[in-house]
Structure formats: structure tokens, C-alpha cells
Design a protein around this ligand. Sequence first.
Ligand code: SF4
Length: 211
Amino acid sequence: MNLVVTEIFHSLQGEGPLLGIPSVFIRFGGCIEPLCPWCDTPYAWHDFSEMGLDEILQKVAQYGCREVVVTGGEPFLQWETGLKDLHGRLLDGGYRLVYETSGKAGVPDPPGAVVVLSPKHIGGTWHVSQTNLQRADWFKFVADDEASMEEICRFVEANTLPAEKVFIMPMGSTRADQMQRMEAVFAFCRAHGYRMTPRLHVLIFDDRQGV
Ligand code: SF4
């Protein structure tokens, strides 16, 4: 059974509720339309190769790290075609799993794992279902300008998401972009009881890939 993988690497989690934790990242290839105009990993849309489960497990094991972040692209596109099996084998191997998903595809409620869902607002529409929202442990939103923050606030309230489970991250795939939005996002989070997260790897490495 083969999965479509863009990259596997060892780093620190750079954003969200598990910020700073040393982790192995498995980035699955392929995403789902509509694609996000601000995407910071567009190479995952088309730059990938097939890997077998054993090959993936071997590569993950070489880092000697028990935290695994499954990300993309959109990883859950491959749940029924191999990811479910990989999930079971990673848990059996004693790894702790975190899934990062856009919620644009079905979210399967993976047993024994944490799901961080980042709803996408594209072309005036939120691309996530109620079912997928209910399967998430944490929510992560990308904030651009004042209008986008108001839209996030409306979405959080309309879907009664608990404020303490909501993380807001300034949009920006370069250090300069991030810094430019930091102050406004800080004030937004303080006003609404949300948590703020930077993109640590962008602040440190700017737009370098694979870190
Ligand atoms: S869902 Fe994620 S990988 Fe896909 S286009 Fe949006 S930001 Fe990029």
C-alpha cells in the first residue's frame, strides 16, 4: 500500500497548541480545491512521490522522536487509501500523533490522536462542514486584515467554538509579513479571549523550506 508523500523531516512544531515540541513531520502531497491563495506550502500540491508504509515508518524512526505531526497538503484525502493503516502502525509503535487538516475533506475522528483544524475562508465562503468541526480538538485561523478578523469572529460565534480552543496566527510566509500583522492579531486575541500563535519557523528562518 503506497501513500503520496511530499517530505518527512524533523523539526520543532512552529505553530498552534503544541508550539515548540520537537516532532517528526510527515507532509502528505495533494490538496483539495479551492486552494488557499496564501498557502505557504504550495509545493505540496504537485511535488510528491509514492512511499510504502514500511518506508515511511523507517524514515520516521530514524529521528528517534515520539511526536509525529501528520500534515499536508490535505492528509485526510488519503485516510482510506493507506493513512488509516499508517495511523494504526504509528500508534502501535508508541508514537503520539497530531493531525493538521484544513477540514476541506472528510475528517475521520482518528482514535488516539489530536486534530488541529484550520478552517479556510476563500472567495467569501468557509470551506468546512459541521461534522468536521465537531471532530477537532483545536482550531487555528489565519488572520490577515481587520475584515478577516471580523469574519473569523463571526464564524467562531456562529459555530459556538470555545474561545479557549481557538488559535489565531498572523498571515505571512515571510518574517516581514508576520511582523507586520503581529500587533493587530495580539489586540484581536486579547479582546476576544482567543490564543495567539506565531509561525515560529517563519520568524526564525524566514521563507526557508523543510525546517
Ligand atoms: S489547505 Fe493547506 S496545503 Fe491546501 S492550499 Fe490551503 S494552506 Fe495550502
